[in-house]
Design a protein around this ligand. Structure first.
Ligand code: FCB
Length: 505
C-alpha cells in the first residue's frame, strides 16, 4: 500500500476510534444496561444516495432511451419517464430537502449529454441548450448551498440519439461508432470546464458491462440485440478506451479543488461488482466457469484502467496476440474505484443458455437459493458487499460504493437491507478497505429502464400527479445511521426478518 494510503487508513481508524470509543467492528457498550455490537464509520465517510438523469428527469427527448421508451413493447406496462416520473429537474428543492433532512452528504446524479446537446449541430458548435445548463447549474448551486458533495455521472446508459439510433439496430450504434469515444471525451471536458469548480467527484460511464449486455445480449436496452456477443465485446472495449480519454479530459479541465481535500478531480467509472457461485456446487465444470466469469466481470475493466492490462480475447489470460500489459494509454486512469453492488450470481457450464466466449450460463434473478428475494427477484446477499470490497481493495485505490439498493415497494426489507450492507462495509473497512462513501440507490422511486416504474428502489416515493415527495420509513433508519456514523446490531435485531418481494415479477 502506498504511504499516503496507509496514512489515510491510519487517520481513518484513529478518527473512527475517537468518535465511537472503540475500534470499528468491535463490540461497544452503547447503553449501560444493554450492550450492543456497533459497526462504525470514519468521521469523513460520505453517506448519500444516487439517481440517473433518464430515470428521474422528464422530457429527455434527444436521448436514445427516449426513442426506445416510445417503442412498443420495450418497456414493461408501456411506462414512459414523461408519464408519471419524479421530474427531478422541476423538484430540485424537494430533493435537496430530502437529502438535507436525512443528513446525507453526497448526491450522485447525471448530467445528460443529450439534454445539454440535443443535436449534433449544437454539439459541433458547442452551443449547449440554455435551459439544460440552467437546470444543472441550479441543482449544483442548491447542493453547494446545502453543503452536499455532488458526484456527477457523465454517461448513465442513455446516449444522444444523434449517436445512437435504436430504429437502426443493425448499424453500429453509440459506443460502436468510431467517433463516440472522442466525442464523449469532448463532452466530459466541457462539463468539467463549466462545473469543475463545483464538482470533484466524477463518474465517467455507468456500468459499461451491463450496458453491453443489456443492448447486445439480452436485448433489453437499445439497440435491442440478442446474443450479439461480438458487438457486446466491442462495446466493452470501446467504453474502456472512452473512459481513459474522458479521464484525461476531465483532469485537463478540472483543476479547481471544490472541497479543499487537495485534489480537484476524482475520476472513475461506476463498475458493477457481483459475487459468483457455481450453479451446481459439486460440479468442477461449474466451479471453473464461475472463476472465469468472476474474473472477467469483476476485474476485466478495472485491470485495463488501473494497470493497462488488456485481455483482448477475454480468456482471463494476458497471453494472446492482441493482449498487452501496462498500456500507457490506458493505465492509471482511475483515482478511485466506484462500484455498484446489488447481488449474487449463479454460473453454470452447461445448464441454460451457455454464452460463447465466456462458455457459461448466468443466473441473476429468481435463483434456486434459500436466500430471500427482492421485488425484482434478486437474492438479498449482504455478505457479498464484503466480498467485493475485499476483492477491489487489491487495486490499492480508494473505493466508493456508487450504488446499492433494493426494489421493495412496500418498504418491508429496505431498513434491514441498508443496515446489513453497511455493517459489511464497516467490517471491510476494519479489514483495511479504504472506502470513502456509500450511495444508496435510489434517493427516489424512478424509471427502472425496461422494467418501467414498477420496481421501487426509492428511499422516498412521490405522488405522480404533483411530484410531492414522501419519505419511506427506511429513510429514517438510514438517517439514524448517518447521524451516529454507525450501525447498531441491536437496531438490526429489532427489525422484522426479510420477507420475499411481492410485486414486479
Ligand atoms: C443499476 C443501474 C441503475 C439502476 C439500478 C437498479 O444497474 O446503474 O441505473 O437501474 O441498477
Amino acid at each position: 500500500m502506498r504511504k499516503t494510503a496507509l496514512l489515510f487508513v491510519l487517520l481513518v481508524v484513529l478518527a473512527a476510534c475517537s468518535s465511537s470509543g472503540s475500534p470499528k467492528g468491535q463490540p461497544v457498550t452503547t447503553d449501560a444496561s444493554t450492550p450492543s455490537e456497533a459497526y462504525s464509520f470514519p468521521a469523513e465517510f460520505l453517506f448519500g444516495s444516487a439517481t440517473a438523469g433518464f430515470q428521474v428527469e422528464k422530457g429527455n427527448t434527444a436521448a436514445d432511451w427516449w426513442v426506445w421508451a416510445n417503442t412498443q413493447n420495450r418497456i414493461a406496462n408501456g411506462d414512459h419517464p414523461d408519464r408519471g416520473g419524479p421530474d427531478a429537474l422541476a423538484h430540485v428543492d424537494d430533493d435537496v430537502a430530502l437529502l438535507t433532512s436525512s443528513g446525507q452528504r453526497v448526491y450522485r446524479f447525471s448530467i445528460e449529454w443529450s439534454r445539454l446537446y440535443p443535436t449534433r449541430e449544437q454539439f459541433d458548435r458547442d452551443e449547449p441548450d440554455a435551459t439544460a445548463v440552467a437546470s444543472y447549474s441550479r441543482l449544483l448551486d442548491a447542493l453547494s448551498l446545502a453543503k452536499i458533495v455532488p458526484m456527477v455521472t457523465l454517461h448513465h446508459f442513455a446516449s444522444p440519439s444523434w449517436l445512437s439510433d435504436p430504429t437502426k439496430p443493425n448499424d453500429p450504434e453509440a459506443w460502436e461508432r468510431s467517433e463516440m469515444g472522442a466525442l464523449f471525451a469532448t463532452f466530459a471536458a466541457r462539463v468539467a470546464t463549466r462545473w469543475g469548480h463545483q464538482v470533484d467527484w466524477w463518474v465517467t460511464i455507468n456500468e459499461p458491462l451491463n450496458a453491453a449486455i443489456g443492448g447486445y445480449v439480452q436485448g433489453s436496452f437499445p439497440p435491442g440485440q440478442i446474443l450479439a456477443i461480438d458487438r457486446a465485446l466491442s462495446v466493452v472495449k470501446a467504453t474502456a478506451r472512452a473512459h481513459a480519454l474522458a479521464y484525461d479530459a476531465i483532469h485537463e479541465k478540472d483543476t479547481r479543488d471544490a472541497d479543499g481535500d487537495g485534489r480537484a478531480a476524482w475520476v472513475s467509472p461506476a463498475l458493477h461488482q457481483r459475487t459468483f457461485h457455481p450453479y451446481d456446487p459439486e460440479s468442477q465444470a461449474d466451479k471453473d466457469a464461475t472463476a472465469h466469469v468472476q474474473g472477467l466481470w469483476n476485474r476485466w475493466f478495472a485491470d485495463v484502467i488501473v494497470f493497462g492490462n488488456w485481455d483482448d480475447d477475454f480468456d482471463g489470460k494476458l497471453d494472446g496476440a492482441n493482449d498487452r500489459t501496462s498500456d500507457v494509454t490506458l493505465r492509471g486512469r482511475a483515482d478511485y474505484l466506484g462500484f455498484n453492488y446489488y447481488s449474487d450470481t449463479l454460473v453454470s457450464a452447461s445448464r441454460g443458455i451457455v454464452l460463447p466466449v465466456i462458455n457459461a450460463a448466468i443466473y441473476q434473478a429468481a435463483m434456486p437459493t434459500e436466500r430471500p428475494k427482492t421485488d425484482t427477484r434478486w437474492d438479498i446477499y449482504p455478505e457479498g458487499m464484503g466480498t467485493v470490497l475485499d476483492e477491489l481493495k487489491a487495486y490499492g485505490l480508494p473505493l466508493f460504493i456508487t450504488e446499492n439498493g433494493i426494489a421493495d415497494a412496500v418498504d418491508q426489507n429496505r431498513a434491514r437491507f441498508v443496515l446489513e450492507h453497511l455493517r459489511e462495509v464497516s467490517r471491510a473497512i476494519s479489514r483495511g478497505a479504504d472506502v470513502r462513501g456509500y450511495l444508496h440507490w435510489s434517493l427516489i422511486d424512478n424509471f427502472e429502464w425496461a422494467s418501467g416504474f414498477c420496481p421501487r428502489f426509492g428511499l422516498a416515493t412521490y405522488d405522480p400527479d404533483n411530484g410531492r415527495r414522501t419519505e419511506r420509513a427506511s429513510l429514517l433508519v438510514y438517517t439514524r445511521v448517518i447521524a451516529n456514523k454507525r450501525v447498531e446490531q441491536r437496531d438490526i435485531d429489532t427489525l422484522p426478518a426479510y420477507a420475499n418481494g411481492t410485486t414486479c415479477p
